[in-house]
Design a protein around this ligand. Structure first.
Ligand code: PGA
Length: 260
């Protein structure tokens, strides 16, 4: 919808050294122009080891790409070997933090309880979480997609005030579509994103629901992004594989339009 500016986010996962990350961001900054930033907000989510390098580059060249992280630990500091705190991220001008990605839920055992704590921690430090929710193939085939997604939302938003909830971006990512080349059809993606927005409306009221950005994620490419973004309840994309290459990601950020 016109009132919600799409957010196109590149989740680089465990790819790109800090040197690769700098090269990609430089190319991206060169490929995108004011008309693109007018149409969509763009964020990149490098590994922790590359955050500082990318931040320095974005700041020095005043590139209007938002810096994002892929994860966070829900404590300000302490004896948590190997973890990174929201204080550290906020100091790097990180604006968006991915929370509850299915890879972390599945491979690292992240529960909704942990996701909720992370969501609260990110919000507590003035950053916006990109909260990932989505169903497995078995759940889709069993017809329990909405129940799964809405159940995750309920648990992950536990105790979050309306003021804080207004800063959350929700990414609907069907797990069977992530990294598989299988995208949800625009109709199916729209149906779930609409249900997500309806849930926000029930929990926080229709005004906030109308402002909340709901991204779709799962095998988004330059070829399918325009069709997905044309859906009324899809306000952006969380892009994995196709965000690693600057030119492909720039095409996605242009919402599928070719360079002028
Ligand atoms: P994909 O990943 O675009 O490679 O499917 C999306 C994601 O995991 O956020």
């Amino acid at each position: 919808m016109a009132s919600r500016k799409p957010l196109i986010s590149g989740n680089w996962k465990m790819n790109h050294t800090h040197l690769d990350a700098i090269a990609v961001v430089q190319k991206l900054a060169y490929s995108l122009g004011p008309a693109d930033y007018e149409r969509a907000e763009v964020s990149v989510h490098p590994s922790f080891t590359a955050l500082r390098s990318v931040q320095t580059l974005l700041d020095a060249d005043e590139v209007p790409i938002a810096l994002g992280a892929q994860n966070v630990y829900p404590a300000d500091s302490g004896a948590y070997t190997g973890e990174v705190s929201p204080v550290m991220l906020a100091k790097l001008n990180v604006r968006y933090v991915i929370v509850g990605h299915s890879e972390r839920r599945q491979l690292l055992g992240e529960t909704d309880g942990m996701v909720n704590q992370k969501l609260v921690a990110v919000l507590g430090h003035g950053m916006s979480p990109i909260l990932c929710v989505g169903e497995t193939l078995e759940e889709r085939e069993a017809g329990t997609t909405e129940a799964k997604v809405l159940g995750q939302l309920k648990a992950d938003f536990e105790g979050v005030s309306p003021e804080a909830a207004a800063k959350v971006v929700i990414a609907y990512e069907p797990i069977w579509a992530i990294g598989t080349g299988r995208t949800a059809s625009p109709d199916d993606a729209q149906a779930v994103c609409k249900a997500v927005r309806a849930w926000v409306g029930e929990a926080y009221g229709s005004e906030l629901a109308g402002r909340t950005r709901v991204q779709y994620g799962g095998s988004v490419t330059p070829d399918n992004v325009a069709e997905l973004m044309a859906q009324p309840d899809i306000d952006g994309a969380l892009v994995g594989g196709a965000s690693l290459d600057a030119e492909r990601f720039a095409r996605i950020a242009r919402l599928g339009h070719q360079a002028d």
